[in-house]
Design a protein around this ligand. Sequence first.
Ligand code: HEM
Length: 123
Amino acid sequence: MEIIISPYERIGEGNIKKLIHYFYQELRNDNILRPMYKEDLVEAEERLYLFMIQFLGGPKHYNDKRGLPKLRQRHMQFNIDEKAKNNWLKNMKTAIDKTDIHEADKQYLWDYFVKTANFLKNK
Ligand code: HEM
């Protein structure tokens, strides 16, 4: 029998948590993106973390708390132009580089973030 392992199991919850935490550490010093977020980043960090574990095949706590992701709709209120998109991706690239995730999974995550960031661009 073939055993299928989800990216969530392969990467591990701990690594996903670290990735998202590193991302928000970068975001703190980002003059373009930081003002878009509320003063307290704890809840935003939790939302992106829950979204990612769900996307990667883990528990669906995001949907339980927030309903359907509807990412494009939820991002419409923010000014996401080429610069904002590039900064978001730059912060995520730095975060990915800091983790101990296997290369193939880093590539998989990166491709997903690039695709989604382009989809969320609205200016
Ligand atoms: C393209 C550049 C992006 C910008 C400028 C941006 C900005 C933001 C901002 C300002 C928020 C509100 C923070 C909060 O209170 O939760 C947010 C939420 C969120 N973003 Fe992004 N984002 C970007 C790309 C992405 C990408 C690529 C993903 C997917 C991997 C993503 C997933 C999310 C999620 C899941 C939330 C929480 C939605 C909710 O439940 O309300 N974002 N984003």
